[in-house]
Ligand binder design. Structure first.
Ligand code: PMP
Length: 333
């Protein structure tokens, strides 16, 4: 007998909750994709059934996110963490410099990886600015810089639009400047309207808002791609990925397919602006409660950097946190 699915109100940061219609569609397509009699996991990545999925995913993403012909969209392996190393591998040439702006732990990880790669390439990955500060007995991140610093002559400047663990978000995204802008958008990709023309390179691990883990979605400006270094192994060569439409090797076909389902769901909701309005409303509701009950909850992040995606708050001590979690569980949260 088939077990009935029980669905909790899932607030997990990632892999995050996925839309029910996208999951239900996948239940059908696992057995039979589009009436082909072959399931989505079983189709060749080079056959017409999957090609249709890939074309639709690219087209929907372009349309919904407003990504123009100036940029390539790539579907790559290895999540966002692979990009931490792959970006300097591709764009930090010998003798070149890149700057990293840190507003949380993911930016720190990106810089650490870039430093390792830079050493191999006789280049420099530098800390440009960090908002790390002491708060009470620990060091933490609570804010974003007023303005993203520029770095003349740099190969790129890297920042993280939403720091998932610290709940620190650039509510206003930086505009394009003379230095190429690279953004880790993992945890707020598709959550709000973004002008992608400001960015040379955007990447996102899919598992927050777009689909399954393991997939990295990359939006890269074609003119930036031309600046890529030579001698990159093919599997990490963005130009090869672009030329071969993310089909250099077998891509994560299911992850791309599932992202398509999520994009269809966003389209049905009225697009990314509608999703953003809902996200803003949900976040405002939670922050309102946290602010109204300062006797119970502590929120440290500066108001102009409060994440709409990851609301970080603390309770007085671990014992109270335990009670909070037990009561949340009992309420199916
Ligand atoms: N960047 C950010 C902002 C993240 O939140 C995460 C995952 N939590 C990552 C990078 C790493 O992503 P992945 O696990 O896909 O490598």
């Amino acid at each position: 007998m088939q077990r009935m699915a029980k669905r909790l109100m899932n607030f997990g940061a990632g892999p995050g909750a996925l839309p029910l219609p996208a999951l239900e569609q996948a239940q059908i397509d696992l057995l039979d994709l589009d009436g082909t009699g072959v399931g989505v996991l079983e189709h060749s990545h080079r056959g017409p059934a999957f090609d249709k999925v890939l074309v639709e995913t690219d087209a929907l993403l372009r349309e919904l996110a407003g990504i123009g012909d100036t940029h390539e969209i790539l579907f790559l392996h290895g999540g966002a963490s692979t990009q931490f190393a792959e970006i300097p591998l591709a764009f930090l040439k010998e003798g070149a410099r890149a700057g990293y702006v840190l507003t949380g732990v993911w930016g720190e990880k990106a810089l650490a990886e870039a430093k390792t790669v830079a050493k191999l390439k006789r280049a420099e990955a530098e800390l440009l600015l960090s908002t790390k500060e002491r708060a009470g007995d620990k060091e933490t991140f609570l804010r974003v810089p007023e303005k993203l610093p520029t770095m003349e002559g740099a190969a790129y400047v890297h920042f993280t639009s939403n720091e998932t663990v610290h709940g620190v978000q650039f509510l206003e995204l930086p505009k394009a400047s003379a230095t190429p802008l690279v953004c880790d958008m993992s945890s707020d990709f598709l959550s709000r309207v973004v002008d992608f023309s400001n960015f040379d390179f955007v990447y996102a691990g899919a598992q927050k808002n777009a689909g399954p883990s393991g997939l990295a979605i990359v939006v890269v400006k074609k003119s930036f791609l031309e600046k890529q270094d030579v001698g990159i192994p093919k599997i990490w060569d963005y130009r090869v990925a672009a030329e071969q439409r993310s089909l250099y090797n077998t891509p994560s076909t299911f992850s791309i397919y599932f992202t398509r389902n999520v994009l269809r769901w966003i389209e049905a909701k009225g697009g990314i602006a509608a999703v953003q309005a809902e996200n803003d409303k949900k976040a405002a509701m939670i922050y309102e409660v946290l602010d109204a009950r300062k006797d119970v909850y502590t929120t440290r992040v500066a108001k102009n950097a409060r994440s709409r995606m990851n609301v970080v708050f603390e309770l007085e001590n671990e014992a109270i946190e335990k009670v909070f979690l037990e009561k949340a569980k009992a309420a199916d949260l």
